[in-house]
Design a protein around this ligand. Structure first.
Ligand SMILES: [Fe+2]
Ligand SMILES: [Fe+2]
Length: 170
């Protein structure tokens, strides 16, 4: 996290910093997810990831609206944690040749991203409450729910008989 890139003095500053952090993350994720969709041969995983690309684009739009409501231009803050998670995902994908192992590795890498996102959105919701910014709560909660839902389905890809499940998500 670029802790030294901005001076953080207040809860408002911390909220804006965290918003820029997750904005950077979401914009990185919409670049890595299509790479994973190309790599996997698992039809269910392709559908899950494609759906999450669409959700991620909507999540970026929600963040844009919060920036605008704050009177700030939407901007990401480069984050070493995100860069590291994505570099590791690309590295792992390049090292695996077995298709079933690759599918499990992709699902596992995306879960790393989802858990990072969940922690950021949980924090933003807590900070928005502290700042009395009730108007930010619904869009942030909507996104958090999508991240949790994506994570719940991705874990099934890494479990036995992953291709035998069915459900409303797809
Ligand atoms: Fe997201
Ligand atoms: Fe996500």
């Amino acid at each position: 996290m670029g802790l030294f890139a901005t001076r953080i003095r207040t809860i408002d500053d911390l909220f804006l910093h965290t918003l820029k952090d997750i904005y950077y993350a979401e914009r990185q994720f919409v670049t890595i997810l299509p790479e994973m969709i190309k790599k996997t041969g698992d039809a269910v995983l392709k559908i899950l990831l494609s759906r999450h690309v669409n959700e991620t684009n909507q999540q970026i739009t929600r963040l844009d609206k919060i920036f605008h409501a704050m009177g700030k231009p939407p901007a990401g803050l480069p984050c070493e944690t995100i860069i590291g998670i994505i570099d590791e995902a690309r590295q792992v994908m390049s090292e695996i040749h077995d298709e079933h192992v690759l599918d499990a590795a992709i699902a596992s890498s995306v879960r790393n991203l989802e858990h990072y996102e969940m922690s950021r959105y949980d924090t933003l919701i807590a900070l928005a409450k502290r700042l009395g910014k009730k108007e930010y709560l619904h869009p942030l909660q909507e996104t958090l729910n999508e991240e949790k839902e994506a994570d719940r389905w991705l874990i099934l890809i890494t479990e036995p008989k992953a291709n035998e499940y069915s459900g409303s998500y797809i």
